[in-house]
Design a protein around this ligand. Structure first.
Ligand code: PMP
Length: 462
């Protein structure tokens, strides 16, 4: 291996890093890049030999943990046999056919077919095109608008980035694109009126959605996209009754429902899909991340019967379905996904996320709920978040200049735990690999607690 300094210099001079302050990185103010060298189970190592517990599974994706040789072998086997062929004009591979059959059997809603991409962003881009295509084929050329939620995250390409309800993904990048609208976030802690129950809050959010649809004209609204559990917007499970109320509105106005299962899919919430857990019946389902546990890039736009039927029936009239990537259904990615799903099934990782997740939720609340700078502890399965506030009674936020969340995340990292500071306030987020043990959960919670205490002490002494 080349020496660490050379790697850092090469990186600094040539990589455009996502979500990095470019000047601070270029000038060295935020130090050298962390060179990640290996991973095993829930741990990763850097080039200086430091080991970290990855409490965020990369970016909520390495559900089966690092270093699974079964997956590496499946990838190698496929690469030796056939590294690539396309799926245009009805070409396929054994791995792809097997994977698609299993996804159609397991996905929520009434799945019919899977269209493959390489990222959650491009899969949601495909979903938008499917909504437009479907409504054109149905003779409803105006029914094209897509509604997502403030603080929803659906990717950062043109339409998926527009669906993402966070202004810093839009600013100076000419988004959101016209035709993508946003409705209120399902965040009870911040959004509820004093004394408003979760059920009442859910009804209010559904009423707001209905008002938006009526205001725009139901004949112009094609789809609603949402994550079953809000992810990057703050790891927020839906308030009680939310999905029942929202789906009633969508049915009333014949609006398609896209469930973005990119984080929730394949066990993360303690059920196979977030839709299963919350009784969601989507028309279109987006999967990525856990599908390959990050071992290869792969995403799926799963098309439900209702939409697919119209597409097939129109085919004589409109010709071939003209959408696809060079790498749609890449055989190595499909082989990786099959090997990953074998592990997910064999090791019953959804069940594990439910039982170990229950322990995680309990420990988080025991350790953090009473701390004076903690406003809310929330989560489901192996997704968790701690929201820090300056005043618990009034919910007064910390001055953003204090960077409380980032400092706690850094203090955790200094102790060997990766837990992510999240946008929209001072939030520490967790999404450990689903293979995490209860003892490891205890370690994660303890390290996060020590990190929180360190920053609390700094704040008290300043
Ligand atoms: N949808 C959701 C719910 C996500 O969390 C993400 C990624 N964090 C995406 C879509 C976009 O996926 P990608 O980064 O692979 O484009």
């Amino acid at each position: 291996m080349i020496d660490i300094k050379t790697i850092a210099e090469r990186d600094r001079s040539s990589v455009l890093h996502p979500f990095t302050q470019l000047k601070d990185f270029a000038t060295g103010k935020i130090g050298d890049p962390t060179i990640v060298t290996s991973g095993k189970g829930i741990h990763i190592k850097d080039a200086e030999g430091r080991s970290y517990i990855d409490g965020f599974a990369g970016l909520y994706c390495v559900n089966i943990g690092y270093g699974r040789t079964e997956v590496a072998e499946a990838i190698a086997r496929q690469a030796y046999g056939l590294a690539y062929y396309h799926t245009y004009a009805a070409h396929t591979t054994e791995e792809l056919a097997t994977l698609s059959d299993r996804l159609v059997r397991m996905a929520p809603g009434k799945p019919s077919k899977v269209f493959y991409g390489l990222s959650g962003s491009d899969a949601n881009e495909t979903q938008a095109k499917l909504v437009w295509y479907y409504n054109n084929l149905c003779g409803r050329p105006k029914k094209k608008k897509i509604i997502s939620r403030e603080r929803g995250y659906h990717g950062c390409s043109v339409i998926s980035g527009s669906m993402t309800g966070m202004s810093f993904y839009h600013d100076r990048m000419d988004l959101p694109f016209p035709g993508v609208l946003h409705t209120g976030t399902p965040h009870h802690y911040w959004g509820a009126e004093p004394g408003e129950t979760e059920e009442d809050f859910s009804r209010r959010r559904a009423a707001e959605l209905e008002q938006l649809i009526v205001r725009e004209g139901p004949e112009t609204v094609g789809a609603f996209i949402a994550e079953p559990v809000l992810g990057t917007g703050g790891i927020t499970p839906p308030p009680a009754g939310y999905w029942r109320e929202i789906q009633a509105v969508l049915r009333r106005y014949d609006v398609l429902l896209i469930a973005d299962e990119v984080i929730c899919g394949f066990g993360r919430t303690g059920a196979d899909f977030g839709s299963t857990l919350y009784g969601i019946e989507p028309d279109l389902v987006t999967v990525a991340k856990g599908l390959t546990s990050g071992y290869m890039p792969l995403s799926g736009a799963i098309v439900g019967e209702r939409v697919y039927k119209v597409m097939e029936e129109a085919a004589d009239r409109v010709g071939a379905f003209s959408h696809g990537y060079t790498y749609s259904g890449h055989p190595i990615a499909a082989a990786a996904a099959n090997a990953v799903l074998d592990i997910v099934e064999k090791e019953r990782l959804s069940d594990r996320a439910r039982t170990v997740g229950a322990h995680f939720q309990k420990r988080l609340r025991e350790r953090f709920a009473q701390l004076e700078i903690v406003g809310e502890v929330r989560g489901v399965g192996l997704l968790g978040a701690i929201e820090y506030v300056a005043d618990r009674q009034t919910k007064r936020r910390f001055d953003p200049e204090l960077k409380v969340g980032a400092r706690i995340s850094k203090a955790a990292r200094d102790r060997g735990l990766i837990a992510r500071a999240m946008p929209h306030g001072e939030i520490l987020g967790f999404a450990p690999p689903l293979v995490v043990s209860e003892a490891e959960i205890d370690e994660i919670v303890e390290l996060a607690y020590q990190a929180t205490k360190e920053v609390m002490d700094e704040l008290a002494n300043k």
